[in-house]
Design a protein around this ligand. Structure first.
Ligand code: 5BU
Length: 267
């Protein structure tokens, strides 16, 4: 089954360039850790990325949070991506009609499609959201994740909605490379190599008092068959100036995620 294959074996078989790049990067760096950098200044953003860069396969961004966003920031992010060898994922969560999301993806202040290898979308509008985003992203070699499940308490993305999300992905496999989800479903068969990226990961606390729910890397990767652990505050905490401590946390999560993966493929 898919959960027994190595990331490298899966990379060799994948045809989407963004999925291939992510799987190859995971294998090369021996890291299935993605750090989510949710801070409001470019200075902290770049300092955290430079500190965690050596330990991650993927940096997840919310560039709309940055108070001082300017186009030059993207060049700095790309330079760090080359320096440290990581993939970029803007967690935009598109959710509108095809025509609007195509414009939001290509244009505006952020021009996400120009620099983000991977982005994501809510399936709530139906398949036309994939068509709109693919019209921009496919020619650029990008990949899309669909939000099949969320980590939050009381999420409505479950049951029939989640199943319908898998069907939407299946019908658009050139561009849809996987899901944001909490588990690898049996409904997704082994010959369909969808990546499962999972937020809501923490080693020290179970929640954040605002609906977020955390599980450990072991629960996510070994027990639930997910591929990438996404960690935000668990890595960078509250004091962004403590870059050595942030780097140490990234190493800790990387080790936990990789150990769970090695146990999974050996089991
Ligand atoms: P945290 O600090 O590790 O809780 O940050 C989690 C990040 O993942 C944050 O950027 C969220 O926007 C993102 N996220 C999530 O937490 N849960 C979800 O289901 C989805 C995204 Br989709």
């Amino acid at each position: 089954s898919l959960t027994k294959l190595s990331y490298g074996q899966r990379a060799a078989k994948h045809s989407n360039p963004a999925a291939k790049l992510l799987l190859e990067t995971i294998e090369r760096k021996k890291s299935n850790l993605s750090v989510s950098v949710d801070v409001t200044t470019s200075k902290d953003f770049l300092a955290i990325i430079d500190a965690v860069g050596p330990y991650v396969c993927l940096i997840k961004t919310h560039v709309d949070i940055l108070e001082d966003f300017a186009p030059g920031l993207v060049e700095k992010l790309q330079a760090l991506s080359e320096k440290h060898d990581f993939v970029i994922f803007e967690d935009r969560k598109f959710a509108d009609i095809g025509n609007t999301v195509a414009l939001q993806y290509s244009s505006g202040v952020h021009r996400i499609a120009n620099w983000s290898h991977i982005t994501n979308a809510h399936p709530v509008p139906g398949p036309s959201i994939i068509k709109g985003l693919a019209s921009v992203g496919l020619p650029l070699g990008r990949g899309l994740l669909l939000l099949a499940e969320m980590s939050t308490e009381g999420s409505l993305a479950k049951g029939a909605y989640t199943e319908a999300t898998y069907a939407m992905a299946r019908a658009n496999r050139d561009f849809v490379i996987g899901f944001i989800a909490q588990q690898r479903s049996n409904a997704v068969t082994a010959d369909e190599d969808f990546l499962i990226l999972t937020p809501g990961v923490g080693l020290d606390v179970k929640g954040d008092g605002m609906g977020q729910q955390y599980r450990t890397p072991k629960e996510v990767v070994l027990d639930s068959g997910c591929d990438v652990i996404i960690v935000g505050r668990g890595v960078y905490g509250k004091d962004y100036s403590l870059v050595d401590q942030i780097a140490a946390q990234a190493q800790r999560y990387r080790e936990a995620g990789w150990k769970a993966y090695l146990e999974r493929i050996a089991a």
